[in-house]
Write a protein that binds this ligand. Structure first.
Ligand SMILES: C[S@@+](CC[C@H](N)C(=O)[O-])C[C@H]1O[C@@H](n2cnc3c(N)ncnc32)[C@H](O)[C@@H]1O
Length: 216
């Protein structure tokens, strides 16, 4: 493991953002492809996407480092199985999960760690299981911002090291994500850039969204 996990409890101590639960519109289209009811959410956050899935009858295991996020999950839904730990230390049980999602999380790791997690997801998800990964793209304005900030050092492969917090932030390309899942069936791959309105001050964001299926 390289560096420390991003500590949301510390980072947002006095101004914790609240993300209301809302089933991801892209995943909603593909719910019928999920072969069963077991879901693993790596970096569940406040359960934005998993609470609506729990309400649809899915059994959710949610992992997160932030106790504050997990408390928000608990107070919003009593059906979640929650685990407080660094996702790099979480053992994915083999052949248990029908859907494994990690939305807006793997970008907060050094790629050596995120690639390792993706390898574990791929080898442990059930055959026909669905993977949902959502990460920052190179078009995200934070890439340029970090490039000129003295807080960050740009390493190889579009990884930034935050020298003060000893954390990492990584930016991905569509080809890179497709390459990581070359043995999976691609259901959806999108390179997105848009104005986000979920915070007090609107901001632009760039993402790679990947949904794929294990076929062998
Ligand atoms: C932007 S939020 C996304 C939350 C959720 N996946 C969603 O779609 O709303 C990122 C979450 O990842 C968690 N996180 C980041 N790095 C982590 C790590 N190494 N281990 C566990 N959780 C982590 C943070 O605590 C935070 O709750």
């Amino acid at each position: 493991m390289i560096g420390k996990p991003v500590d949301y409890d510390k980072k947002f101590k006095d101004n914790f953002p609240i993300f209301p639960a809302k089933l991801d519109f892209e995943l909603r289209k593909y719910l019928t492809l999920i072969p069963g009811k077991e879901v693993l959410d790596l970096g569940i956050g406040q359960g934005r996407n998993s609470i609506p899935l729990a309400e649809l009858g899915f059994n959710i295991t949610g992992v997160d480092y932030s106790t504050k996020c997990l408390d928000i999950c608990k107070s919003s839904c009593d059906k979640l199985n929650l685990v407080q730990c660094d996702i790099r230390n979480f053992n994915i049980e083999n052949d248990k999960y029908d859907l494994i999602q990690s939305r807006f999380v793997l970008q907060f790791l050094h790629k050596k760690d995120s690639y390792e997690i993706i390898k574990n997801i791929k080898s442990n998800i059930k055959i026909n299981g669905i993977v949902y990964i959502y990460v920052f793209s190179l078009n995200d304005p934070k890439y340029q911002k970090n490039s000129i900030s003295s807080e960050f050092e740009l390493l190889e492969n579009n990884i930034f090291h935050n020298k003060i917090a000893d954390t990492y932030i990584s930016f991905f390309t569509k080809e890179e994500v497709l390459n990581l899942f070359e043995d999976f069936k691609t259901i959806c791959i999108c390179d997105e850039y848009r104005l986000e309105l979920d915070r007090e001050t609107p901001y632009y964001a760039g993402f790679i969204r990947y949904i794929g299926q294990r076929i062998k």
